[in-house]
Design a binder for this molecule. Structure first.
Ligand code: ADP
Ligand code: MG
Length: 269
């Protein structure tokens, strides 16, 4: 019996939420490019866009037609998750897009008894072909992000190298602890990635040092540099890895993916 359970577990995709309640810290950029870098090493990856702004969907070049059925319909129970999956130009990488409807989901979910578990249930559907599910969370700690943190096995936190970085993250860590206690005891922090690192800026270096001193090994060695190619790529509907493979930002995401996968390997063994 236990053995069977183990085998079943092995087949499930690992679900990683990319979360930080602050906006503009690199969640979506990390979801898009980490997913692409994982797909480049032949992992099957599903990105779930859980932000009503739909930046991840845009970043993969999905037009409005492709978003007609989206994560809102999945959460509300109007469709199954597999039916909301859309392919991308990247082999092995698919997306559940989001749509503006999603901004109303928090209110619609409030009255549902299982409101915290909507995404978890949806992800229990037949998606065994994926190795990883990356959830791009909205910039808030509301019901959508809670659904992601309850569905996930691990959370990856992008942290922008700026002055208030540490303040926001203590709130997030507290929320993660609360979710572990009440909803999802096995949730772990996969890691913290420092984003928009600017080596010419002393503050960037100071923040990076502070974060490492405070969080130690949880922080990935890889830092994502501030790189204009990274910010240009979404307007072309492409991950930076396709837009300009050789730029510093793309290379950093390749390194990050290898660190993430190394940690995953350690966890699964
Ligand atoms: N490494 C980077 N270099 C330059 N610009 C970046 C980088 N990472 C993200 N950006 C830009 O910063 C903005 C916020 O990033 P985004 O990933 O959308 O953050 P979030 O999803 O946390 O709100 C976007 O315009 C994005 O293109
Ligand atoms: Mg975002």
């Amino acid at each position: 019996m236990q053995m069977n359970e183990h085998i079943v577990d092995q087949r499930l995709p690992r679900i990683i939420a990319i979360a930080n309640q602050k906006g503009g810290v690199g969640k979506t950029t990390t979801a898009i490019n980490l997913a692409t870098a994982m797909a480049a090493v032949h992992k099957k990856v599903l990105v779930v866009d859980l932000d009503p702004q739909g930046n991840a969907s845009t970043g993969f070049g999905l037009d409005h037609g492709a978003r007609a059925i989206n994560s809102y319909h999945v959460l509300i129970g109007e469709t199954s998750l597999p039916r909301a999956i859309r392919g991308t130009d990247i082999p092995g990488l698919s997306v559940v897009p989001s749509g503006v409807d999603l901004s109303g989901a928090e209110i619609e979910l409030v009255d549902m008894e299982d409101r915290f578990y909507r995404l978890k249930s949806a992800l229990a559907d037949d998606i065994d072909q994926y190795d990883y599910v990356l959830i791009d969370c909205p910039p808030a700690l509301g019901l959508l992000t809670m659904n992601a943190l309850i569905a996930a096995a691990a959370v990856l936190v992008p942290l922008q190298c700026e002055f208030f970085a540490l303040e926001g993250i203590s709130h997030l860590v507290h929320t993660i602890e609360r979710i572990k206690k009440s909803f999802n005891p096995l949730l772990e922090i996969q890691g913290i990635v420092l984003t928009m690192y600017d080596q010419r800026n002393n503050l960037s270096g100071a923040v990076a040092n502070d974060v490492r001193a405070y969080f130690g090994d949880i922080v990935y060695d890889t830092m994502i540099p501030r790189n204009v190619r990274v910010s240009e790529a979404p307007s072309h509907g492409k991950p930076v890895l396709l837009y300009d493979t050789n730029c510093a930002g793309a290379q950093a995401y390749i390194h990050l993916a290898s660190e993430v996968l190394k940690r995953e390997h350690r966890i699964s063994n």
